[in-house]
Design a protein around this ligand. Structure first.
Ligand code: ADP
Ligand code: MG
Length: 704
């Protein structure tokens, strides 16, 4: 497309602020900013003007269609293209036109999207509503307008709506919080930087494996002879194909205003990463969804396939999407320790709120990243376990400990005490020590949530984080309220704030863990601390509809009980459907791909043995016979495991209740799938390469 070796191509496909100013009169532009910044209602008159401006710009860029681009609950993005074309009567002429009404809202038959029972099929209409806080952009000659998606009754049927509501929730609580610290501001933004991991493998190998095509991951296959143990792939030189792919990807993303910043080889063979420069959460998540789409579409042009599954290959690292999260108020990052006394105290207060929110709602945070794909990853190679904990690092932990043990601010800033708060900024700058095993790690001026899987829409977890932390800020504000009379006396107030932090931290310190999150000792320790460890999606999801969760989301206006229930149902159903698809495909591949190949080779080997022993009777051919025996007993194991899998799949079908079905799938069917895989994989070691019917890990992961 464009060749953005030059910054002038940056954001050319985006109806961004400067483009809007160019295409809109000054008064309308000012009114629009007022709407976005202060939540004023949008008049149809102004909508008409903005629509016309958008259309003029889009047409000048070669677009012919528009779409309301939204994020339904199936986890993808959706678009239906309508043209701008309007025929002028019978004149044989036509014009391009786009109305404010068509910009603001759309109506469509949405009965094919999951609603989790929110929308009856007879009432099939779904409505899209323009989100003016995220920029419209052009993709494939279509003007894409980011929108929310809801039912006739206004219930959210998408991932964006609750995300936006959660931003309002945290904003409202932080406005009060900041007031206590003498800052009056409405400019409060949640920022997200999404580090996207991916695998790139040869397209021909992808096409030769039904499991990759249908499930995005290999359901069979032994780990490659050389894995990642030589630690040579991470940050290694990009292979030329991948480098060319990345160059074009950067071009496309930059033109779409996505500031793709870092690209590098990841730890596993054929694994890569792309990180953009962070931006406000709503936009960052839209950008990440576009990035994933571009990554997948562009791959085939380079004869590659891009895999975004959480664990495409067993025995090497899985793929995550690290969600870097921070909050800015009045232009300052609240997770930046700051320099002045008041900034430092405010930092400790905000940090205490994050710690409290994450501890209190750890199960919800875990549930927000639960999926069949992530079940294959969490707790595996280089992925955090299913236990939520927070890494602060030694320096910050020491300071937190000093706060908890009741040191006054004066004592902490005393130069004799080397844990002095005044050295905090220095410590934070210098302590670049990273703990990669932590699911939620403080990294200099942000938290890095490492649990999300690579193919996920981050809205779910960011929405939960925002809401959980909005609640802990609300609680903290209540504590601060009691010390209002001290605000006039800086020292007294600072010490009072620290006492509130001490109380909050003492209640939630169990969540802080700086050790090795991958170790089995941590599993035991976490249990002792009462932290939850919901290993599978079936274990993780039920908390979504607990009394506690309903109260939280309703109190902050993020999700109603019905909306929560619908999301729980959709997640459960999706999990069950995916396990069903994977187990059915396993059955099919075993029957139609692996068994014929193994049987054929067994028969060939026995003919070989017969032929050789007929020709030369002196040799007993023990080794060949042993191989044949192994093959035959392996075949028996496969038939047996397959039968077990089929039985368990049958019994899953008869379970009507989705939670019970999920429990059955997680506890019985998934282990049976692993067992069947194990039996087939054992044969891969014996059957010669040319007989093996699918490309091996060795060939898929190591190519030129
Ligand atoms: P690493 O791989 O060491 O974790 P990267 O530099 O690859 O770090 O990625 C860090 C990501 O975090 C980038 O997307 C970056 O823009 C983002 N980020 C940096 N600072 C912040 C912040 N204050 N809030 C949110 N995201 C941030
Ligand atoms: Mg990272």
């Amino acid at each position: 497309m464009t060749n953005s070796k030059n910054t002038k191509f940056y954001s050319t496909l985006v109806f961004d602020d400067s483009t809007m100013q160019k295409y809109l009169d000054a008064k309308s532009y000012k009114d629009f900013r007022d709407i976005v910044e202060n939540g004023k209602p949008l008049s149809i008159n102004l909508a008409d003007k903005i629509a016309a401006a958008m259309k003029d710009w889009a047409v000048s860029m070669g677009a012919t269609h528009f779409t309301h681009w939204f994020q339904p609950l199936n986890g993808t993005t959706s678009e239906k293209h309508d043209s701008f074309l309007v025929p002028e009567g019978d004149s044989g002429k036509a014009i391009f036109s786009f109305s404010g009404k068509a910009l603001i809202s759309g109506e469509g038959d949405a009965s094919s999207f999951p609603s989790g029972g929110l929308r009856a099929t007879f009432e099939a209409r779904g409505y899209t509503a323009w989100d003016p806080s995220s920029n419209a952009f052009i993709k494939d000659e279509v003007l894409c307008i980011p929108t929310a998606f809801c039912s006739y009754n206004g219930q959210a049927l998408d991932k964006k709506t609750p995300l936006l509501r959660s931003m309002d929730a945290i904003k409202a609580q932080l406005t009060v919080f900041m007031n206590y610290f003498g800052v009056k501001t409405k400019d409060i933004v949640v920022n997200v930087g999404a580090e996207q991991e991916l695998f790139l493998i040869p397209k021909k190998d992808y096409e030769a494996r039904e499991d990759l095509i249908m499930c995005g991951r290999t359901l069979f296959g032994n780990k490659p002879v050389k894995g990642q143990e030589l630690e040579e792939h991470y940050y290694g030189c990009l292979r030329p194909t991948v480098s060319n792919y990345y160059k074009e990807l950067d071009d496309e993303l930059w033109a779409l205003g996505i500031a793709a910043h870092t690209k590098h080889n990841e730890a596993a063979p054929s694994q890569h990463e792309l990180a953009p420069i962070y931006t406000n959460a709503n936009r960052a998540i839209d950008e990440n969804l576009i990035t994933m789409e571009k990554m997948q579409l562009l791959a085939s042009k380079y004869d590659l396939a891009c895999l975004l599954h959480e664990r495409p290959f067993e025995g090497i690292n899985g793929s995550g999407k690290h969600c870097n999260w921070s909050v800015c108020a009045g232009g300052s990052n609240l997770l930046d320790p700051g320099k002045t006394d008041s900034e430092i105290i405010r930092f400790i207060a905000f940090l205490s709120c994050v710690i409290a929110g994450v501890d209190e709602y750890q199960e919800l945070i875990r549930a927000s990243v639960a999926s069949a794909g992530n079940d294959c990853r969490l707790g595996g190679n280089e992925a955090p376990p299913a236990i939520i904990s927070i890494y602060l690092g030694d320096a910050l932990s020491n300071i937190i400990n000093a706060v908890m043990s009741g040191h006054s601010y004066e004592a902490m800033t005393d130069s004799k005490m080397d844990l002095g708060v005044s050295v905090l900024p220095q410590i934070m700058r210098d302590s670049s020590d990273r703990n990669r095993t932590s699911p939620f790690a403080f990294t200099a001026n942000k938290f890095e949530f490492r649990m999300p899987g690579s193919q996920m829409n981050l809205s779910d977890c960011v929405m939960v984080l925002n809401t959980a932390i909005a609640k802990s800020i609300y609680d903290f504000n209540k504590l601060l309220e009691k010390g209002k009379n001290k605000i006039g006396n800086t020292k007294k107030f600072q010490n009072f704030v620290l006492s509130c932090c001490a109380k909050t931290l003492k209640d939630h310190k169990r969540i802080i863990f700086n050790g090795d999150g991958y170790s089995s000792a941590w599993q035991k320790e976490a249990k002792k601390r009462g932290l939850s460890n919901n290993v599978t999606t079936a274990d993780a999801l039920p908390c979504m509809i607990s009394k506690n969760s309903v109260e939280l989301f309703e109190a902050f206006g993020v999700l109603t009980k019905e909306e929560l229930k619908s999301r729980y149902v959709i997640s459960l159903e999706k999990y069950n459907k995916l396990i069903n698809i994977e187990s059915r495909l396993m059955h099919r591949m075993v029957k139609r791909t692996f068994l014929p190949a193994i049987n054929e080779y067994a028969s060939d080997l026995s003919s070989q043995i017969n032929e050789i022993s007929n020709a030369q009777k002196t040799y007993k051919l023990q080794n060949q016979r042993a191989s044949l025996k192994k093959l035959l007993s392996g075949l028996e194991d496969i038939y047996e495991s397959l039968e077990k899998l089929d039985d368990l799949r049958e019994s899953a079908k008869s379970i009507k209740d989705e939670q019970r079905k999920a429990n059955h799938n997680a506890k019985k069917l998934v282990p049976a799938m692993k067992e069947l895989r194990h039996c087939v994989d054992a044969m891969e070691h014996i059957v010669p390469r040319d007989w093996w019917p699918v490309p091996s890990y060795n060939s898929m992961l190591f190519y030129v």
